[in-house]
Design a protein around this ligand. Structure first.
Ligand SMILES: [Zn+2]
Ligand SMILES: [Zn+2]
Length: 672
């Protein structure tokens, strides 16, 4: 009698054996329905065996092996196994996550007739792509550096990690497209990862226009279940030529995969912050290595980890030094705000520059990375401030819809008429968010059309699209916004960017905050002056001589990165060390810290070559009424850390858990 080993989506680091009389090796990689507890679960068969470690009479038979789609290939299973090992997550949870929700539930989407594979054929085979896939009429001419980059990537053939470093407008996307064209011409598939769902529609449009004969599949969590499952099958069965998606697309099975592109590789959204805490960029590199194919990481401001590898020769650095679109880089200047009285947070220089743009009929953008009207509502006489009842955080005042809102847990409530503590009716907003800036600018420049762009005003793709259309139609003179998610969109009349309140990130407790600030400012600055009009970037600061701003003014990412890497080397931070974070949450902080202390004791005998820090409350120590603590472990050597984590996890699973306590491990954490 045959036994199948099944990876099931349960939080236990083991496989489950079931009886399956009719199974054989060809069932490895198939989905299977099995009885589990009182119900039926769908899992993936990862092995078949003649014997089990469990007593045979304890084993149950499978409900049914799902043979309605081709088995998932060995390299896909190996990818899941790698993630399970590296991120210390049960294989069943990884495999389940890697499948689209519909397939995960044991269902299949209805496939359109046109794309159904003919019997016995699994899609397009290599060399069969005589059809012209590319529309070469749409190719812009290449600059020398672009040309060299394309040649180098195409020539690589085998595994090689490229870092394509080029400022906004230097034509990175064109390099990706040329390399992809080459891959398609050889009958291969290409995978392109982008950080945001919002970026996919317009990129898809550009890719589709360029490759009208190619089958392009999108993959992101915003898609309807059936569409996502169809895309997965198109990729798996070889019909898709190009897969374009957010981080989860890294798990698409691609039999003819020949190239991976990770655009904006520095973006933090490539790292998932819940469940399987994987970095899609890092997993993509592993996958390229597994398949022995080139991978291109592109960015204007690479993550310091990536840039370090570019400098050490582990990755191959490809520089695009010039802008392909405009002649000049924007003029970046700092405004010293220490000795001037600001008007609602704005300096006279910035106000003058805004006036000038209005007179010339040009557009401006004021960047402030804080949503809402004011970060807190306060009662000055008694000291009351608006606090979230569930989190260690303030409730943010949103005047646009008259609410107090927690940006961490989503709790919201109306604005009190009077102070809940003393009855005073003169409650005051403190500090400044985008809504307040919007109001102030509208009052100051009554003739201007002021448009706010943040997660509140662009809360859905539809609203975001509408905002973009307004901007493109010239319907905004001044934009106020947090993150400027508009890659690939040219705003030809945007000639001024003002940055307000950026200093906070300079001295943040998180050692990655300066890196993020530099990337943000470089990105917003890069949006200005892309056509015939020169751009100007004004940064208000109390630290005009700070190295970060100096490097920014000189457009010198390399200098900034070098100085940051020096600091990291001295401090022993990544990329000069490898980290993992154990986090615990419970009803009481003591509970969480006690668990972490026990975890630390369990780690001590295993921790040769690993530094164990002390358990501490997290910076956001209460979230959704749960108290949270963390324990950092670190090593100078990645294999040492990995070996330690594997042993440690076994002991953690065996630890006694107080009721209500939850924990997880985050390997290569980005958030502290
Ligand atoms: Zn909250
Ligand atoms: Zn009061």
């Amino acid at each position: 009698m045959n036994i199948v080993q099944v990876a099931l989506d349960v939080p236990l680091p083991r496989l489950f054996d079931y009886l399956a009389a009719d199974s054989d090796e060809s069932d490895i990689g198939r989905r299977v329905n099995v009885p589990f507890g009182k119900g039926v679960k769908t899992g993936v068969i990862v092995g078949v065996a003649a014997a089990s470690e469990q007593p045979m009479d304890k084993l149950k038979p499978v409900t049914v092996i799902l043979r309605d789609m081709p088995a998932l290939p060995p390299d896909w299973l190996a990818l899941c196994e790698f993630c399970a090992r590296y991120y210390q997550t049960p294989l069943g949870e990884v495999a389940s996550f890697a499948l689209p929700p519909m397939l995960r539930k044991g269902k299949l989407p209805r496939m359109p007739k046109t794309s159904a594979p003919s019997t016995g054929d699994t899609g397009r085979s290599a060399g069969a792509t005589d059809l012209t896939i590319e529309d070469t009429a749409l190719q812009p001419p290449l600059l020398r550096a672009q040309h060299a980059a394309v040649e180098t990537i195409v020539a690589a053939g085998n595994f090689q990690t490229f870092l394509l470093h080029g400022v906004t407008g230097s034509g990175k996307t064109e390099v990706y497209l040329r390399a992809i064209a080459e891959v398609l011409a050889q009958g291969g598939q290409a995978l392109m990862l982008v950080p945001e769902i919002a970026l996919t529609p317009q990129l898809e449009g550009r890719v589709a226009a360029r490759f009208p004969g190619a089958h392009i599949v999108c993959a992101n969590s915003g898609m309807a279940d059936a569409a996502r499952a169809r895309g997965f099958l198109d990729a798996h069965e070889g019909r898709a030529d190009i897969v374009l998606g957010t981080r989860l697309a890294v798990f698409m099975p691609l039999p003819r995969l020949r190239l991976i592109v990770v655009d904006e590789e520095h973006d933090a959204s490539f790292k998932q912050q819940e469940g399987l805490r994987y970095s899609a960029r890092d997993v993509a590199i592993w996958r390229a290595h597994q398949r022995d194919i080139p991978i291109v990481l592109g960015s204007a401001t690479p993550s310091l980890e990536t840039f370090h590898h570019g400098g050490s020769g582990r990755y191959r650095l490809l520089e695009l030094p010039e802008r392909a679109v405009a002649e000049a880089m924007p003029d970046v200047r700092v405004i010293d705000t220490r000795r001037q009285k600001l008007q609602e947070g704005l300096s006279s220089e910035l106000l003058t520059a805004l006036t000038l743009r209005l007179e010339r009929g040009e557009q401006s953008l004021v960047f402030l990375n804080r949503r809402g009207y004011a970060p807190v509502l306060a009662c000055p006489p008694c000291g009351w401030i608006s606090r979230c009842r569930r989190c260690a955080a303030n409730l943010v005042l949103h005047l646009a819809d008259k609410r107090l809102r927690c940006h961490h847990c989503g709790f919201e409530t109306g604005i009190p008429r009077a102070c809940p503590d003393c009855g005073n009716v003169d409650l005051l907003p403190f500090g400044r968010g985008t809504q307040r800036l919007e109001t102030m600018l509208a009052e100051r420049f009554p003739e201007a059309r002021v448009l706010r762009i943040d997660r509140d005003s662009a809360s859905t793709p539809k609203k975001w699209q509408a905002l973009l259309e307004t901007i493109h139609a010239g319907g905004a003179d001044i934009r106020v916004g947090t993150q400027m998610r508009a890659k690939g969109h040219d705003f030809p009349r945007l000639t001024l960017v003002g940055a307000v309140g950026a200093d906070a990130a300079l001295f943040a407790a998180d050692f990655r905050a300066p890196e993020r600030l530099f990337a943000q400012l470089m990105q917003v600055g890069g949006r200005s002056g892309r056509a015939e009009l020169p751009g100007e970037v004004l940064i208000q600061t109390e630290y005009p001589d700070h190295a970060l701003y100096r490097a920014l003014a000189a457009h010198d990412y390399t200098r900034f990165a070098a100085s940051q890497l020096d600091e990291r080397r001295i401090a022993g931070f990544p990329p000069f060390s490898y980290q993992a974070m154990l986090r615990a949450e419970g009803r009481e902080m003591a509970q969480a810290l006690d668990f972490l202390a026990a975890a630390r004791s369990a780690a001590e005998p295993l921790a040769a070559g690993v530094t164990l820090y002390d358990p501490v409350p997290m910076r956001m120590q209460r979230l959704m009424t749960l108290e949270r603590g963390q324990l950092l472990v670190e090593s100078l050597n990645r294999p040492t850390l990995q070996a330690f984590l594997a042993q440690w996890m076994e002991r953690l699973y065996a630890l006694k858990m107080p009721a209500g306590l939850r924990w997880h491990l985050d390997v290569d954490p980005l958030e502290f």
